[in-house]
Design a protein around this ligand. Structure first.
Ligand code: NAP
Ligand code: GLV
Length: 331
C-alpha cells in the first residue's frame, strides 16, 4: 500500500486501530472534523479510505469531489453517506452488520421495561430520600407481559426484539417496510411463522401498546412517526426508538407526550443529535439514553474488527467483507 492509507475521523476501540496500523499508514484526526475539513481531506488525494463515524456526513457534493477509494463506517446504519453518490463515484462503503443486533435489541427491551415500570423516576425517588416504605399505589406503571408490541421494520434488530418480547409473553405484530406494504412469506418468517403477525402500518399503529422503530433512516422513513401517527395510537401506548432520531417528529412527540395523546417514550436516538427537542428532557414519562444501542465492550470490539477489515480490503482494492454498495466496484 502507499502512504496515508487510512484517515480515521475518531479512533476505533481495540482491535480496530491495531488492525489498521498493521495493514498500512494511519492518520487520526486531531479532533472532530467539520464538514469542510472532511471535504478537504477527501478531496486532497492523501487518503485511500476514510474510517468514519455516523456523525461524519458524506453528501453528494463532497463525494463528487472526493478522491478516495472507500468509506468504512463504524456502524450498521449508513444514513450519513449518500450511497447513490458514492456508487456513482466508484466509492465503496462498508458497514458493521450483525454483531450489534442482540445488544441493540436488549436496549429496545430495556427501554420498554424502563418506561413501562417508571424505572428512572423510581430510581430518582429512592436516591432523593423520598422512599418511606412499601405503598399500595406507589409509582404504578404499565404491564408488559400480555401486551402488544408493534415492530416498525422486521430486519435483524426487529427480529431479535421480537424474540425477547415473545419470551416476555407479549403479542408481537410487525410491518416490514412502513408505511408501505411488502408481504413477508412464511419461509421468510422462519422461526417466527405462526408466532408473529404482519399488519398494515395504520393497523400496527392503532393496535400497539408499544410501538418500536427498527427501520433505517431514508427519504421514505423520515418523520414516519409524526403527529398523525401519534393521533392514531392508543392513549396508553409507548413509543420506543432505537433506530434513528429523524424517523420520529420529535417536536410532535413532545406535544403528544405533554397532552396525553400517548403515554410515554423510550429513546436512544434524537432528531438533531445530540440536541433534544425543546421540552423533551423535562417530561417524566420518558427514558432518554445517549445513543448506546451497541455500547458493550465485546460488541464495540467486533464492530471495530469489521470496520478495520472493511477498510483494509478497500485499501487493497478488494471488495470489503461487509459492503453496502458492492456495485460501486464494477463502475
Ligand atoms: P436491517 O436488518 O437492514 O432491517 C431494516 C428493516 O427496515 C427491514 O425490515 C427493511 O425491510 C426495512 N426497511 C429498509 N428500507 C426501508 C425503507 N426505505 N422504508 C421502510 N422500511 C425499510 O437493519 P438492522 O440491522 O435491523 O438495523 C436497523 C437500524 O437500526 C439501522 O439502520 C440503524 O439506523 C439502527 N441502529 C441503531 C443502533 C443504536 O445504537 N441505537 C444500533 C444499531 C442499529 P426489507 O426487509 O424489506 O428490506
Ligand atoms: C448505530 O447507531 C449503528 O447504526 O450502528
Amino acid at each position: 500500500m502507499t502512504a496515508a492509507d487510512f484517515l480515521v475521523t475518531t479512533p476505533l476501540p481495540d482491535p480496530g486501530m491495531r488492525l489498521l496500523e498493521a495493514a498500512g499508514s494511519v492518520t487520526v484526526a486531531a479532533s472532530r472534523m467539520t464538514r469542510a475539513e472532511l471535504a478537504d481531506a477527501c478531496e486532497s488525494g492523501d487518503y485511500r479510505v476514510v474510517v468514519a463515524q455516523l456523525q461524519d456526513e458524506f453528501d453528494a457534493a463532497l463525494l463528487d469531489r472526493a478522491k478516495i477509494a472507500g468509506i468504512s463506517n463504524f456502524a450498521v446504519g449508513y444514513n450519513n453517506i449518500d450511497i447513490a453518490a458514492a456508487t456513482a463515484n466508484s466509492i465503496i462503503v462498508g458497514n458493521t452488520p450483525g454483531v450489534l443486533t442482540d445488544a441493540t435489541a436488549d436496549l429496545a427491551l430495556l427501554l420498554i421495561l424502563a418506561v413501562a415500570r417508571r424505572c428512572v423516576e423510581a430510581d430518582t425517588f429512592v436516591r432523593s430520600g423520598k422512599f418511606s416504605g412499601w405503598e399500595p399505589e406507589l409509582l404504578l406503571g404499565h404491564d408488559v407481559s400480555g401486551r402488544t408490541l408493534g415492530l416498525a421494520g422486521f430486519g435483524r434488530i426487529a427480529r431479535a426484539t421480537a424474540r425477547r418480547a415473545l419470551a416476555f409473553g407479549m403479542t408481537v405484530n410487525f410491518s416490514p417496510r412502513p408505511p408501505g406494504e411488502r408481504v413477508v412469506s412464511t419461509e421468510e418468517l422462519g422461526e417466527f411463522a405462526g408466532r408473529v403477525h404482519q399488519l398494515a402500518w395504520p393497523e400496527l399503529v392503532a393496535t400497539s401498546d408499544y410501538l418500536s422503530v427498527h427501520v433505517p433512516l431514508t427519504d421514505e422513513t423520515r418523520h414516519l412517526v409524526d403527529e398523525s401517527v401519534f393521533r392514531s395510537m392508543k392513549s396508553s401506548a409507548i413509543l420506543i426508538n432505537t433506530a434513528r432520531g429523524p424517523i420520529v417528529d420529535e417536536t410532535a412527540l413532545v406535544a403528544a407526550l405533554r397532552d396525553g395523546t400517548i403515554a410515554g417514550a423510550g429513546l436512544d436516538v434524537y432528531e438533531d443529535e445530540p440536541r433534544l427537542a425543546a421540552g423533551l428532557a423535562a417530561l417524566p414519562n420518558t427514558v432518554l439514553l445517549p445513543h448506546i444501542g451497541s455500547a458493550t465492550v465485546p460488541v464495540r470490539a467486533e464492530m471495530a474488527r469489521r470496520c478495520a477489515e472493511n477498510a483494509v480490503a478497500i485499501a487493497r482494492g478488494e471488495l470489503p467483507p461487509y459492503p453496502v454498495n458492492p456495485e460501486a466496484r464494477a463502475r
